[in-house]
Design a protein. Structure first.
Length: 326
């Protein structure tokens, strides 16, 4: 069986790739990692190549969504075969539930109603019970535990769970330490063969990582600039390239007068939004207005990084073409 997976680039998206590799075998999976600014283009190019599209038995899109126009194209091209399935948990994608091959849920019903994530939706609705039932009881337990760890981080529930929740933060930190491919190999090995999530070497790396994060947060708090947006919300802005979730949440805690914080990664053309307030929905009220999306308290959008750099350098260095850029 050949499987194509389009998935997001964060821990939740990578969690979907880990589960896909375990369920279908790494040799049978072609994974393409996507962000909000390129998911439509990548899926559209793939679907328009009929020979390529039909060479796969299953096609999954996880933890990220396509636009309505691309979804409509998929619905037409995949109408008979129904190879494509999409699993996402972002509120800005709920409109896709009008397509029978899309599963968009912000919550899942377990012992009670809780926020869910892409990894969990993929596990419950695509892999259970057909694939997980052939696992050993040990591997199945570790897979479900892995899903819980990823969910707790992605929904930011880990902050309320004490030492249990700390595992989620540490796993996300280790993902950034090891990088995508090494982390996937690490996660698969831990699920299949190891009782504990973290080795002694992992913990040493995590301790150093936390020190780096603490220093970074302190520096960025000194650099934060405060503004009022067009809807009357007070917000903070910093230029940042890493640790977005922890940085954004800590900056909000350190600046209780702010409704949210926007972190601009100018080199990569991305803005990450974070809030700890209940009166604002970053996904639908803020990021969506800039072509992005996400959750009530964590969202993102993109911009043309080349144009941004040209604008800044033109302004700084008196480029004669800067007026045209602006």
């Amino acid at each position: 069986m050949r499987v194509k997976l389009f998935t997001h680039t964060d821990l939740d998206g990578i969690g979907c790739a880990v589960l896909a590799y375990l369920a279908f075998g790494k040799e049978n999976i072609d994974v393409e990692y996507c962000n909000y600014d390129d998911i439509d283009d990548k899926v559209e190019v793939f679907m328009e190549d009929c020979d390529l599209y039909r060479s796969y038995d299953k096609i999954f899109i996880t933890d990220i969504s396509v636009s309505d126009s691309v979804a409509n194209m998929i619905d037409i091209l995949d109408g008979v075969d129904r190879r494509v399935q999409l699993f996402d948990h972002h509120g800005t994608a709920l409109f896709l539930n009008k397509y029978d091959w899309c599963m968009i849920n912000e919550y899942i019903y377990l012992a009670n109603i809780i926020k869910t994530c892409g990894t969990e939706l993929f596990c419950v609705y695509a892999l259970w019970p057909e694939y997980l039932n052939i696992c050993t009881p040990y591997a199945r337990t570790k897979i479900l535990n892995f899903v819980t760890v990823v969910r707790n981080y992605d929904t930011w529930c880990w902050k309320e769970l004490g030492n249990i929740g700390l595992t989620s933060k540490q796993m996300n930190d280790l993902f950034h330490i090891y990088g995508r491919e090494k982390f996937i190999d690490w996660a698969m090995k831990r699920i299949q063969h190891q009782d504990e999530w973290f080795s002694e070497t992992d913990m040493l790396l995590l301790d150093q990582k936390q020190k780096d994060i603490d220093i970074y947060v302190e520096e960025k708090n000194k650099q934060i600039k405060k503004f009022t947006d067009q809807w009357g919300n007070s917000y903070g802005v910093v230029f940042a390239e890493r640790y977005f979730s922890e940085l954004g949440n800590q900056l909000c805690e350190m600046n209780p007068d702010l409704a949210y914080v926007a972190m601009i990664d100018i080199s990569n053309g991305r803005v990450s939004y974070r809030s700890i307030r209940d009166h604002i929905n970053l996904g639908t009220e803020i990021a969506h207005n800039y072509g992005g999306g996400g959750h009530p308290k964590a969202a993102g959008s993109t911009f043309d990084s080349t144009r941004a750099m040209e604008t800044v350098t033109g302004w700084l260095f008196g480029d004669e073409n800067s007026e045209n850029i602006l």
